[in-house]
Design a protein around this ligand. Structure first.
Ligand SMILES: *[C@@H]1O[C@H](CO)[C@@H](O)[C@H](O)[C@H]1NC(C)=O
Ligand SMILES: *[C@@H]1O[C@H](CO)[C@@H](O)[C@H](O)[C@H]1NC(C)=O
Ligand SMILES: *[C@@H]1O[C@H](CO)[C@@H](O)[C@H](O)[C@H]1NC(C)=O
Ligand SMILES: *[C@@H]1O[C@H](CO)[C@@H](O)[C@H](O)[C@H]1NC(C)=O
Ligand SMILES: [Cu+2]
Length: 161
């Protein structure tokens, strides 16, 4: 009973502090990449870039990479050169439904590392704000996104238990 109460209190505090974090980060918009199509091999090479260009992403916004057919990855690569070359080495976000939140301005290069999906246009460049990362935070940007994802999945797991 006592430990149960303790866990509930911890859970509440975690949710409350995440709520505050989200508020502090301007509780942005959430976009499903590709809308109804999701994140798959697109009908043409420019599909996802056209999709991205039709939005204005700001600090605090989130992207959901969602797919229900095929095998895909949402892989973030670090440079335009790797992006242009469809390089498969990068930070891989695999679970369908993966959400990434951007807490700073910057430019991000996403692609699918399965087969030739990237060459077929399953790739896009995302600009947050003016697309310029603050120099002091640049190396830790991706880490911050990953950590917030882990934190959220921890909380979800907590409630499912
Ligand atoms: C790519 O496909 C989308 C959806 O079918 C279409 O709206 C868009 O015009 C196409 N772009 C090109 C360059 O063909
Ligand atoms: C993911 O895609 C499936 C199938 O298209 C859809 O039913 C589901 O609502 C999508 N999830 C989100 C979060 O958009
Ligand atoms: C470009 O892609 C090829 C094939 O995947 C790879 O062998 C090569 O190292 C890549 N080059 C760069 C600069 O990323
Ligand atoms: C981020 O981008 C927005 C929109 O372009 C801009 O107003 C802002 O000055 C940029 N810099 C920071 C640090 O937010
Ligand atoms: Cu793919």
């Amino acid at each position: 009973m006592a430990s149960r109460l303790c866990f509930n209190t911890v859970g509440f505090l975690m949710v409350a502090s995440v709520g505050l974090l989200l508020q502090g980060a301007n509780a942005g918009n959430t976009y499903i990449v590709g809308d109804e199509l999701g994140w798959v091999v697109p009908p043409n090479n420019s599909y996802y870039q056209e999709w991205a260009n039709s939005k204005t992403f700001q600090k605090g916004d989130s992207l959901v990479f969602n797919w229900t057919t095929g095998t895909h990855t949402a892989t973030e690569v670090s440079t335009k050169e790797k992006y242009d070359n469809c390089t498969k080495m990068g930070i891989i976000l695999i679970d369908p439904g993966f959400t990434v939140t951007f807490n700073e301005n910057g430019t991000h290069y996403f692609l699918c590392s399965e087969g030739t999906h990237c060459q077929q246009g399953q790739k896009m460049i995302i600009k947050i704000g003016d697309g310029i990362a603050p120099s002091f935070a640049a190396p830790s940007l991706t880490a911050a996104a990953a950590i917030s994802a882990v934190l959220i999945s921890t909380i979800v797991t907590f409630f499912l238990n």
